[in-house]
Design a binder for this molecule. Sequence first.
Ligand code: AMP
Ligand code: MN
Ligand code: MN
Ligand code: MN
Length: 312
Amino acid sequence: MGLILRRNARHLLRYSRQLTLSNERGDLSPRRSVVIAVIDFHTHSAASDGALRARDLVARAADEGVTRFALTDHDTIAGYLSMAQCVPHGLDLVSGVELSCQWGRVGIHVIGLGFDESNADLLEHLAQLDASRVDRAARIAHRLEKAGMPGALEGALEIAAGAQIGRPHFARWMMASGHVDTEQDAFKRFLGRGKPGDISVLWPALQCSVESIIQAGGVAVLAHPLEYKMTATRLRALRDAFCEAGGQAIEVINGRANPGDADQLWRLADERELMVSVGSDFHRDTPYGAGLGVDVTAFPEGRGVWEVLCAA
Ligand code: AMP
Ligand code: MN
Ligand code: MN
Ligand code: MN
């Protein structure tokens, strides 16, 4: 679906950026102008667990017709800072980050967009996340060592090469060392929920993360709400807690979401008059993954976070 959207968008961009459409009354009636908008407000670079360097990713996004873009690496803005000054022509860059936090015992991701990247409180929040991730990595490695995989910390750090360390780096090291056949396999057997390498981290509370973004002038988006595998009632409770903390938007399209999912997420947003955001959650090219960019031309006006965010 991502690919089809992307191809359509590119086609339209190339042949009719200012597409003029006649209305039902035919040729004599006034024509209106529709500006194509292709947004991607959820992407990852090699500064966290993505494959591409931030500057290569943003260049590719521009090349593929994305008009507004945010790099939302896990708990770091290093990639964003590395390319914020060399943005390709025709693409509006917005500052971004995907913050790890927790609501009760559940790990939740909140996306921050359009914040001031020099805000001291936000930088302090990110520094704490850095420290938590380094600490967690040592504990994951300890567990993997007990499971017969010595050298996991050094191996994962080498693969991360200075990036914000995360479970995907362990998964890649386990694959490279022959402990598992695929990264999926590493998550399924060792790193996923309830497995030995699933360390319960005390991430900052949801409220704290939302506040960090907002006090830095940004917009907070509840990322991929259906990934938390909650009942509808519990998901509404999460949405309400997010709202009460000051959260402003729901991510209604994440990667290759199916239309039924999007409908459910629009209802979740509508019930509290929240804005909506969209993104590919691109990490790397995979056969079944979404391409960059979501065409939001048909979205109702006045609901997208992109309508309230200025370019960096
Ligand atoms: P972390 O932020 O270190 O907790 O790692 C979470 C990241 O791992 C997610 O952002 C995904 O990119 C990736 N991930 C989570 N589950 C899986 C899985 N089953 N297979 C492959 N990658 C996964
Ligand atoms: Mn990731
Ligand atoms: Mn996420
Ligand atoms: Mn993500």
